[in-house]
Design a protein around this ligand. Structure first.
Ligand code: FAD
Ligand code: 2HG
Ligand code: ZN
Length: 456
């Protein structure tokens, strides 16, 4: 009965019960969590999303919003009951309007991130969010997870790229605040409620995004270092010299590049020997290039830099960034690893890595550390590949999260909570924070039909 009602709302192109069509939506990107569903619906408009939610609410049936399904915490995968309805946003993929004078654009939630970036570039503007999954993740998913990526150091997370939002609530009503204003203090900032809520408070159907001026050509440099601490010192040194010209500053261990070289065809490093750590950075050019080169020479004289390769053209730059963006894929190809997506104040990264090493040596001496990340904003992916059959995983994770907490950091910096990190949310957020989160959830979704079993 419910299935028939859903089919008639979305029309013949808007649903599937075919196991082959459904399969990619029923497992997370990492292949670790499998779910089931009786039907997947793909509405073509906010009104259709609204109607779908209303009939599901009437039937008391849960809905799992799904964008590109590239999330790292299994938030977009239904549970195993087969009772939940997966709602794919991919048919809602219109760029509704681009306003280069207002530096803004209005897009539907199912737009692929790369399409949004290209539409902005088409009018000589920048949409600043960039991450490895940009060819398949959707803007709705990026906002629902408050995604980070490589440019946070300069432009902030997804949250900072939004001027307005439209969302469908748990009763099917549509809340639209698709304004394109930089300043607006009229009441609560409702859009921020939905950003980072991972589909548990509302379904994002459209957004007005903030654009930046085109930063022009960038200089890409791969810098070899003797220690991770030097990356942090180099960052401070460069920021002092060239300030906001740093668009990205990514730390990658030698071991991690080894995984990429092994598993990603066409990868190569521009050095004739190996180093323990590397930084991949993008710096806006113009007058900054000379200042950047000078600052790098100064850094070398104080022994912060072991070697550096500056990309000579966009092909070389693209090849380096492709390697960086392939790390998650290389890690997946190498086998399962524990993921710790943490952040600490930048000034404590070195201490975190040193103390993390000691903890690993003590708890799981045979484990292999896979460390990389967005050091420019304090977010590291401190992933750990355990020995096959090891039962040390929980102890390793608890020790790392305790260390992070002690250093004033977060156990979840950019991928969210989803299904995989719920137990840690209650452990590492205060009682009053959890209570307020529950109050919000109850107020906005009293029947608990929006992505239940995720986040809270
Ligand atoms: P999905 O995986 O489909 O969904 C994620 C969550 O959002 C789920 O809870 C889902 O229910 C909810 N959701 C999706 N769409 C909506 C909507 N319209 N309304 C409400 N809720 C919705 N993440 C980073 O932050 N930084 C990175 O650098 C980064 N790099 C990555 C690299 C690779 C190779 C991969 C595979 C992933 C990477 N990720 C990264 C993780 C992932 O790409 C991001 O979390 C991304 O924002 C998820 O978008 P998605 O469309 O795939 O969302
Ligand atoms: C990245 O920075 C992503 O590449 C994925 O956030 C991190 O695979 C990971 O752990
Ligand atoms: Zn990341």
């Amino acid at each position: 009965m419910l299935i028939k009602r859903l089919q008639s709302i979305v029309g013949p192109k808007g649903w599937t019960t075919d196991p082959d069509d459904m399969a990619p939506s029923l497992v997370d990107w990492r292949g670790t969590v499998h779910g089931a569903a009786a039907i997947i619906v793909s509405p073509a408009s906010s009104e259709e999303v609204s109607a779908v939610v209303k009939v599901c609410a009437d039937a008391g049936v849960a809905i799992v919003p799904q964008g590109g399904n590239t999330g790292m915490c299994a938030g977009a995968v239904p549970d195993e009951s087969g009772q939940q309805v997966v709602l794919r946003l991919g048919r809602m993929n219109a760029i509704r309007a681009v306003d280069p004078v207002n530096f803004s654009m209005e897009v539907e939630a199912g737009c692929i991130l790369e399409t949004v970036q290209n539409a902005a570039a088409g009018v000589d503007r920048l949409f600043a969010l960039s991450l490895g999954a940009e060819g398949s993740c959707q803007i709705g998913g990026n906002l629902a997870t408050n995604a980070g990526g490589i440019n946070v150091i300069r432009y902030g997370t997804a949250r900072a790229q939004v001027l307005g939002l439209e969302a469908v609530l748990a009763d099917g009503s549509i809340v639209s605040s698709l304004r394109s204003l930089r300043k607006d203090t009229a009441g609560y900032d409702l859009k921020q409620l939905f950003i980072g809520s991972e589909g548990t408070l509302g379904i994002i159907t459209a957004a007005t995004l903030k654009l930046f001026p085109n930063p022009g050509p960038t200089t890409t440099a791969l810098i070899a270092l003797k220690s991770s601490g030097d990356a942090v010192r180099l960052l401070a040194h460069l920021r002092t010299a060239i300030g906001d010209a740093i668009e990205a500053f990514e730390l990658i261990s030698g071991y991690v590049f080894g995984l990429v070289l092994e598993h990603i065809p066409g990868s190569a490093l521009p050095f004739d020997r190996e180093y323990p750590w590397y930084v991949l950075t993008d710096v806006t050019c113009g007058t900054n290039t000379d200042r950047f080169v000078q600052a790098m020479q100064d850094a070398a004289t104080i022994d912060l830099v072991r070697d550096a390769a500056i990309a000579k053209n966009s092909a070389e730059s693209g090849a380096l960034w492709r390697m960086r963006h392939s790390i998650a894929e290389a890690e997946r190809a190498a086998g399962k690893a524990l993921k710790h997506d943490i952040s600490v104040p930048i000034s404590r990264i070195e201490e975190f890595l040193q103390r993390g090493d000691s903890l690993l040596a003590e708890i799981a001496p045979a484990a292999q550390l896979i460390a990389f990340g967005h050091v420019g904003d304090g977010n590291l992916h401190y992933n750990v590949a355990l020995e096959p059959g090891s039962s040390d995983g929980d102890r390793v994770t608890a020790a790392i999260y305790t260390l992070v907490t002690e250093l004033g950091g977060s156990f979840s910096a950019e991928h969210g909570i989803g299904r995989l990190k719920r137990e840690y949310l209650v452990r590492y957020r205060s009682e009053s924070e959890i209570e307020l989160m529950k109050t919000l959830k109850r107020a906005l979704d009293p029947l608990n039909i929006l992505n239940p079993g995720k986040v809270i």
